[in-house]
Design a protein around this ligand. Structure first.
Ligand code: ADP
Length: 991
């Protein structure tokens, strides 16, 4: 309250005035800081009242007044009034003088911003009108009024100091203090108003936020304290109370670490003015432990004077649902994307204008980054093409509305072309209109390369196929030509079109069809056919020989063939030549044998007689030499036949045991002469009848036996036959010839089977021979399906053997026959065979030396005949006829032989007389032996059949067969000697 030593009406002395000024100054400074710290209306009002009182007192004023023109100001009242102690309150009058209608006056009077003051109120401007009157009425004498103005200088209130007891002398300094006070109040009021306005906004904001479900927070950045609402706490499962005290650390603690870092960065950005608000999505920990997604937003609302952020307001919105939905979308999107990108092919999505709107990784990897491609035209996919090409599948897809494709070479760079297969599918909207395209890009470079290589390979093969001189063909197993090369045209003369698709059997020579069908059957069974030859008809009707090499593959036959007509014809010519040669040899042999026959026959007859020495031995030598010469001729002829490939087996029923025993007989005499033991050992299990070529088998065995005898000086020669394997329909018999002779050196064992080879050259001189025997034997044994083997120890002996498989004959008595003795007929045995050997069926072992000469007994039997045996002998050679007659006479005392010189005469003689036997030479002038036999057979009746025995050279192929076919019963090979003749006479002359 005003302390008033101011009842002094006199003008105050100067020092007093200075003291008052200083006091004013002091009060003003004090109040200034009070005004700054007044943050609300209440404290501001208080500060105003206090300041009015303090300044009033310091300046010894009676009245102090503050009036705001606006009745509804922020301070709750528009008038503040203080008066000094001891002074009557003039509130009403003063308030009136600056209120009501006077306000306008003051507004006007103070609008210049300058204060109005006067030592005597009466001096105040008349313009103040009523206001002045009121002041006077209130008893005021001196007054100072300063305007409270806004930033524009417009007064919105006033501060007034007044005194009633004396006239105050207003110094400029004093006036200035009043002005300063007015300005301070003005700025405090303005600030308050601003704050209230801001607060009003935040309230409105809060109200708005209530509706959105957002939680709010305000943060004093400087102190770190945070004000949150219940909603903020509730979002995380708490109440505000639970979280107290809430600071920035509460927020940090609840925020996920990674998100916190982002949030802090966003805050910094805002604080530094780089963003005008803070906005961040963060995860905060819910009380229950799970994360809650929060959209956190805020803005600095106040700054410190130093420019640092002070107050920040913000909101929290729970966006967990949206995040979950986003995550879902992301997941399915990510799935789609990974499928899209993970594809092994390229995918490009085009819009309706053929612009690329999307590509997958594959495309990016090959064509470069998506940025470059997106928005561009689809021709980029077929890079190097600026415009759509005629084969553009996109254009095709647009036209047809369906998928289209094309293979296109894409030049990725200057030396690398990628071949792609583009498939374009149009994308259609609900209405079926095309809204875009999906382009599927497949790299087919490798495929294409392989394809190119294949094509090249195919073309290459095709060229070979065309140029081949050989005939190439593909046929099916039904016997149709499927494909042929042009060589066929040249060979057969038919155009290819005529041949392809045609049944080739129609072209095959009728005689070759069966063999061809067999070959096709083998191919159908997936077997290869090689070296098969048949004849094909050409366009001119002649035939060509074609040799085939065919291989089946599935239902097709791939064949390479060759026209071998020339070769076949050459071969046939060669064959004909060799046939001619062999015919020549046969004839030669006949010619040679005829004189030889004479020599052998007569020397044989001579040596039977009792000739004085030395003539007896001369004759013996002549006979032996002639025999040797004869066998030599046989060997040479045999060999040339083998060489000409004409060794043919004549398979017939054979009594194997018999055959072997007879073979043994042939060397009986030489063995005896050399003092060697001859042992023939046959297996008791040996079947009686088998099928083989008896002549050839005999030839081999006899050859082995004669070699054994020839090369053995002492000891024995053994012929052995044993069954080594038995099957239901065949037996394998091992036939061996063993000797105790000189043996054969190991290094010679191969060579002796070759022609004209002898183990020791000196042996020719010592033992004779041509070196052909084993070569011939080996060939025969090979034809019989076996091989000659040799075991030999030089100086100890040798064993030759072979295993021969012999088909069994279903003959009734196919067992070992009981010993037949000399009187038993030889049956189907080799016709050329000599006298039957005795056999020991029980042991299978026979000492050939032990048996009595069978021939003697046979001859005896015939000699005992009473009636003459009438024989017709047809033989053109005089000497031969003579020899044969003598031999017959030797064998049969009672023989009555009529001899004729040719076939015609034989037939004629037969028609006249009766004969027990006819001996018929086959080679005769006019009518030969075959024809004569046929005629005789035609003229006789079945039950008076006369045996006809052929006299053959025995070397011409098929001679024996021809004899039988001509109706003859048997044959004797020339040279006819006692032994051979005896066999047939014994067999055919009926007793
Ligand atoms: P050759 O007419 O000379 O006997 P082969 O072909 O029959 O002709 O025999 C050839 C050679 O093999 C004979 O000259 C002889 O050196 C040898 N050889 C054949 N058989 C025997 C054997 N049993 N013992 C010793 N050497 C043999």
């Amino acid at each position: 309250m005003f302390t008033a030593e101011n009842n002094n009406t006199e003008a105050q002395p100067t020092n007093e005035r200075l003291a008052r000024y200083a006091a004013l100054q002091r009060e003003l400074a004090k109040s200034a800081s009070a005004f700054v710290s007044a943050t609300d209306a209440g404290s501001l009002a208080e500060t105003i009242e206090h300041t009015l009182e303090e300044i009033g007192a310091a300046a010894s004023f009676d009245h102090a007044l503050l009036r705001l023109f606006d009745e509804t100001g922020p301070l709750g009242t528009p008038v503040f009034y203080r008066h000094a102690r001891g002074v009557r309150s003039r509130y009403d009058t003063l308030a009136e003088s600056v209120g009501g209608g006077a306000i306008r006056t003051w507004e006007e009077q103070l609008s210049s911003g300058r204060p109005i003051f006067a030592s005597d109120v009466e001096e105040l401007s008349a313009e103040l009108g009523d206001a002045k009157t009121r002041l006077i009425e209130a008893g005021v004498r001196s007054v100072c009024v300063a305007p409270i103005s806004n930033e524009n200088g417009t007064p919105f209130g006033l501060v007034a100091f007044a005194s009633e007891s004396f006239e105050v002398e207003w110094t400029p300094a004093e006036v200035e203090i009043v002005q300063t006070l007015a300005a301070t109040v003005a700025s405090a009021l303005l600030r308050l108003e601003l704050e209230q306005r801001a607060r009003g906004t935040s309230v409105r904001l809060r109200e708005t936020l209530e509706g959105t479900g957002a939680a709010t927070w305000s943060w004093n950045v400087q102190t770190g304290s945070i004000t949150i609402d219940e909603r903020w706490a509730r979002m995380l499962g708490y109440t505000v109370e639970d979280l107290k005290p809430v600071t920035i650390d509460t927020w940090k603690r609840l925020t996920e670490a990674g998100d916190l870092a982002r949030a802090e960065a966003a805050l910094r950005e805002h604080f530094e003015g780089r963003s005008n608000r803070y906005d961040c999505e963060i995860r905060m920990r819910h009380r229950s432990g799970n994360w809650v997604w929060i959209h956190d937003r805020g803005r600095i609302m106040e700054w410190t004077e130093a420019g640092a952020p002070l107050l920040m307001f913000g909101t929290h919105i729970d966006i967990s649902d949206r995040k979950a939905a986003e995550a879902e979308t992301f997941k399915s999107h990510a799935l789609l994307q990974s499928v899209f990108d993970g594809m092994d092919d390229g995918i490009a999505v085009l819009d309706n204008d053929f612009r690329i709107v999307r590509v997958n990784d594959w495309i990016e990897r090959r064509y470069g980054s998506a940025e470059k491609l997106l928005g561009g035209e689809c021709h980029q996919i077929c890079r190097g093409r600026q415009r759509a090409c005629s084969r553009c599948p996109v254009a095709a897809a647009r036209e047809t509305g369906t998928a289209a494709h094309a293979d296109i070479g894409v030049a990725l760079d200057s030396d690398h072309v990628m071949w792609v297969r583009l498939t374009v599918h149009p994308l259609k909207d609900d209405g079926g209109a095309i809204s875009g395209y999906v382009e599927h890009v497949k790299d087919i470079t490798e495929e294409r390369k392989a394809g190119d290589a294949l094509v090249a390979k195919k073309e290459e093969l095709e060229r070979f196929f065309t140029v081949s001189l050989d005939l190439l063909a593909i046929a099916d197993v039904e016997g149709r030509f499927v494909r042929l090369n042009t060589a066929w045209e040249h060979t057969l003369g038919h155009p290819l079109e005529e041949l392809e698709g045609r049944h080739f059997m129609e072209l095959v020579h009728p005689e070759d069809r069966e063999a061809t069908e067999n070959a096709i059957r083998r191919l159908a069974r997936q077997q290869q056919v090689t070296e098969f030859v048949n004849r094909y008809r050409t366009a001119d009707g002649s035939y060509r020989y074609i040799e085939w090499r065919s291989q089946p593959h599935g239902n097709l036959i791939y064949a390479a063939a060759r026209d071998v007509t020339d070769r076949v014809e050459r071969e046939e010519a060669a064959l004909a030549a060799s046939r001619a040669k062999s015919d020549f040899l046969a004839n030669m042999s006949h010619e040679l044998r005829t004189p030889l026959n004479g020599i052998v026959g007569f020397s044989d007859l001579l040596r039977q007689g009792d000739l004085p020495e030395p003539y007896g031995s001369y004759v013996e030598n002549v006979y032996v030499s002639a025999e040797t010469l004869m066998s030599l001729i046989s060997d040479v002829l045999d060999f040339s036949k083998i060489e000409a490939g004409k060794l043919e087996l004549e398979m017939q029923p054979v009594n194997l045991g018999e055959l072997l025993r007879k073979a043994g007989q042939t060397v009986r005499m030489p063995c005896e002469k050399k003092g060697l033991e001859l042992v023939v050992t046959t297996d008791p299990n040996l079947p009686h009848m088998v099928e083989s070529d008896p002549t050839r088998l005999t030839q081999v065995v006899v050859n082995l036996l004669s070699n054994a005898v020839k090369f053995t000086e002492q000891g024995f020669v053994q012929l052995r036959a044993e069954v080594s394997r038995a099957k239901a329909d065949a037996v394998t018999v091992r036939i061996s010839v063993r000797d105790t002779g000189i043996g054969i050196e190991p290094q010679q064992r191969e060579a002796i089977f070759e022609s004209f080879t002898q183990a020791d050259v000196s042996s020719t001189r010592k033992f004779g021979g041509t070196g052909l025997g084993l070569a011939i034997s080996q060939r025969i044994v090979e034809r019989l399906g076996s091989r000659l083997e040799l075991d030999s120890t030089p100086g100890v002996g040798s064993t030759f053997r072979f295993d021969v498989e012999l088909p069994l004959l279903a003959a009734a008595d196919n067992t070992q026959p009981s010993p037949t003795g000399a009187s038993a007929p030889a049956g189907d045995d080799a016709p050329a065979g000599g006298p039957a050997a005795t056999a020991d069926g029980e042991t299978g072992v026979e000492n050939a030396n032990g048996g009595a000469p069978a021939a003697d007994r046979t001859v005896d039997a015939h000699r005992r005949r009473e009636e003459p045996v009438r024989i017709l002998l047809a033989e053109d050679e005089h000497i031969n006829a003579l020899v044969t007659q003598k031999l017959i006479a030797e064998l049969l005392d009672t023989a009555d032989v009529e001899t004729v010189g040719d076939g015609a005469k034989a037939v004629e003689a037969f028609s006249r007389g009766r004969f027990d036997l006819i001996l018929m030479d086959v080679q005769m002038p006019n009518v030969d032996g075959y024809e004569a036999a046929r005629r005789i057979r035609r003229s006789e009746s079945e039950h008076s059949r006369t045996p006809i025995i052929a006299l053959t050279a025995g070397v011409v192929e098929g001679e024996r067969r021809r004899c039988l076919e001509a109706g003859m019963d048997d044959y004797v090979s020339k040279p006819v000697d006692l032994e051979r003749l005896e066999g047939v006479l014994f067999k055919w002359v009926r007793e």
